[in-house]
Design a protein around this ligand. Structure first.
Ligand code: CTP
Length: 402
């Protein structure tokens, strides 16, 4: 039997009837369900049917004396372990993304610090509208987990993405979110992570660098630390805070990053997420270069050592598991597989950067390539990518060190 209390917000849409089945599944699994029905939700299902299945009173009104007196929006959020919005209408998503709070559902969403799962449901054009997609991005960036929508025929007679995920899929997402973290599964393991860009100096004030934000690498370091690993994060210049429980070594150049990685060995695993500059200027001017009659200077580049390939090279100090990233705009699988062979690492996480705003954004689309197969991960937040990768690493290393 599972434990926990779900605050279930039912928005207005034909899919609201599926919230009844979801409630039944949750109750059957032993979870408490506290329903909130929006005014438009009440046009599709009745408070009575929700209450009957939840075995708990359905709340509908922000300003009801009886509802607020018994349990107001703050208390509701406090009493919940998780908030689920199903169906999440375009309107509810917009309100939550913008922090609007004009009814019980939106006020509760703004007043909570609990994890939130949304199951969007709307007409295909409403879903694909730039405004909804913008709101979706904001919500994902705020840490909201999204289930669905599915693609298929909808009540409005159209076909496409917008149909609410099936109750079973929402139920699975809830169970996964409630599962206690396997917090000790990497205890005693040392994992090295590289992250961020490198900056290659031209002179004391100019550098050659790239747009990597470091977000994905930092999220991975944080997720590994949450599983109990000792994490060394070798980081190029970023604007990010050091994740809790992570030892950070700041570097600027690829050469410094390589040296810091070698110095942090031995490690059980290494994850190279840094966007290392492939080249550096062959000479660094000791003083600032000046404009002059000779015209602009020409810069000769020399190749930087490949840190991932070096860590992957066999030898007594090689980490048991070496993971690299491949940012690709096309032929993701073939390019990722070629990179796996070329670098000699064990796994490559192919990253589709053709999608808008991956570099510096909050989401990633990943293809995990390893010997004998590949796995395509649905588009998810960089935090979710990190959690999933950390779990895979824990599995590969066989759990905590004895
Ligand atoms: N990497 C590294 N050291 C380098 C270059 C890359 O450790 N000097 C690592 C990155 O951290 C990443 C992977 O190698 O894990 C990316 O490989 P790379 O060949 O740089 O990828 P792309 O630039 O995407 O490849 P390409 O040059 O083929 O476009």
């Amino acid at each position: 039997m599972a434990h926990g209390r779900i605050l279930l917000i039912v928005g207005g849409g034909v899919a609201a009837y599926k919230a009844l089945e979801l409630t039944r599944l949750l109750r059957k699994a032993g979870l408490g369900v506290m329903p909130i029905l929006t005014a438009s939700g009440a046009r599709f299902v009745t408070p009575l049917s929700l209450s009957a299945l939840a075995e708990e009173e359905t709340r509908t009104d922000l300003f009801s004396d009886s509802d607020e007196a018994r349990m107001g929006h703050i208390a509701l959020s406090r009493a919940a372990d998780l908030i689920v919005v199903a169906p999440a209408t375009a309107d509810l998503m917009a309100k939550a993304a913008h922090g609007l709070a004009d009814d019980l559902a939106s006020t509760t969403l703004l007043a909570t610090d609990k994890p939130v799962i949304m199951a969007p449901a709307m007409n295909v054009r409403m879903w694909l509208h730039p405004a909804t997609q913008r709101n979706l991005k904001t919500l994902v960036g705020d840490g909201v987990s999204i289930v669905g929508p599915d693609i298929g025929a909808m009540a409005c007679g159209e076909t496409g993405p917008g149909r609410m995920a099936e109750p079973g899929a929402i139920f699975d997402a809830i169970m996964a979110a409630l599962a206690p973290p396997v917090s000790e599964s990497l205890k005693g393991r040392h994992v090295l992570v590289t992250a961020g860009p490198t900056a290659e100096a031209l002179d004391p004030v100019r550098v050659l660098t790239n747009r990597s934000s470091g977000k994905q690498g930092y999220a991975i370091a944080a997720a590994l630390a949450r599983l109990g690993a000792k994490v060394t994060l070798v980081s190029g210049p970023t604007a990010l805070a050091t994740p809790e429980g992570v030892a950070r070594v700041d570097v600027e150049t690829a050469l410094e990053m390589g040296a810091a990685c070698r110095a942090s060995l031995p490690a059980d695993a290494a994850v190279c997420v840094a966007a290392v500059s492939d080249w550096r200027p062959d000479q660094v001017f000791g003083v600032k270069m000046k404009k002059g009659p000779g015209g602009p200077p020409s810069i000769t580049l020399v190749e930087n050592p490949d840190i991932l390939a070096d860590l992957s090279a066999s030898g007594p100090g090689r980490p048991r598991l070496v993971v690299g990233f491949a940012a690709e705009t096309d032929n993701l699988e073939a390019n990722a597989r070629a990179k796996l062979a070329r670098k000699g690492c064990d796994w490559i996480l192919g990253n589709d950067v053709s999608a808008e705003a991956v570099m510096g954004g909050d989401e990633n689309e990943i293809l995990l390539v390893r010997e004998g197969g590949f796995e395509r991960w649905e588009r998810m937040s960089k935090t979710d990518v990190a959690a999933r990768l950390a779990g895979e690493i824990a599995k590969a290393l066989g759990g905590a060190a004895a």
